[in-house]
Design a protein. Sequence first.
Length: 167
Amino acid sequence: MRLYRLIVEACLLCAAGVATLPGQITASEARHAPALALALAVGENSSSSKFPTGADGTGAARTVELIADKDNRFKLSNGQAGPLVLKSGEIVKFRITSLFGGEKARDGAVHSFVVRKLRESGWSVRLKEGVQEFTLTAPKPGNYLIECTVECGPGHDDMNLKMVVVK
Ligand SMILES: [Cu+2]
């Protein structure tokens, strides 16, 4: 909480003494919003850890390896079809190997990795041939579907991978 106080004090320097504690922010403090938002974010993090961590709290993001295969199917690295099981809130590093399945998009993508209802959270990645890595945060618990939205060739319409997010 030390950082929180420093940031609020810095904010106080910029104008009237209004910033106090999280939860006590009022409309009159709207002009302090950026500093307050930052202070709240820092406060939130410091309650658990200094850095983003995996769900196991070790600080290491878990790596999930997938294949977007040339037969136009997603596969887990163990060769199975899924589902992919994640823990809500965990930070997941995806390492996806993509292989050409007969057709590719104009931008060169041979597949994509899309969860439609999570697009705004970054769950929408074009996949070029080869290995790609990106990091995402597992959403709230529920059942999701990872889909390929690139016309990648025979079997494309069924190219998806079930994802189950647990508490
Ligand atoms: Cu496809």
